[in-house]
Design a protein around this ligand. Sequence first.
Ligand code: DX5
Ligand code: ZN
Length: 236
Amino acid sequence: MGHFHTNITTDTMKRTRPILIAPSILSADFGAFAAEAQRVEQSGADWVHCDIMDAHFVPNFTFGPGVIAALRKATRLPLDVHLMMTRPDLYVDRFIDAGADYITIHVEPEEYDIAKTLASIRARGKFAGISLNPPTPVEALVPYLHLVDMVLVMTVNPGFGGQSFIPSGIDKVRFLRQKSASLDISVDGGIGTDTGRAVVEAGANILVAGNSLFHHKTLDLAAAVRELREYVTRTD
Ligand code: DX5
Ligand code: ZN
């Protein structure tokens, strides 16, 4: 565990933190998840982002632990499981049993104990993340920052792939990076080359992207991953 974890602990290393690309399987072919996970791995991407939606917290369904188990068999890449659920606490263990490496829960639902749930993820040796929706102020995360490995800043209202980036997430990333040099900061929603570069400049080091990679206008997945990585890490 941990060979792929990229926490950097000093300010001076901040600029050399590798950027991780996490294609969102939500934009893949739902009839061929195993093959799609293999395609993500072969594309040179770093993680597989898996969106779990319960049709309560967000107005859509996706898939559950059974699909995570199938993805686990199909790829060795870390599975970055994003729980958009009203009661993630009730299901964290099942997603970990299925093979999740990172589990991210949301700060908004009032129905569960966030700190306890984050601790339960870490108690099983997995990485814990917390996420917030575009309307939620970033200050809502402060009480939990010492309990997480990662923050996932939503830059669309969650529920669907292919939506437009909401720029208020850029300032949230900047705020979080000022608070911690070592935190993994992921951004999810409407990420492509330009928006990706903006959030990386603000301090993000993980880019989740669905539509821009799986439905790129001209490039296949591997070329789209390469283009995104090169564009956001370019120094000119
Ligand atoms: C949105 C999901 C995202 C989604 C991103 O509810 O959490 O992970 O797949 O898709 P794009 O990159 O298409 O906005
Ligand atoms: Zn997501």
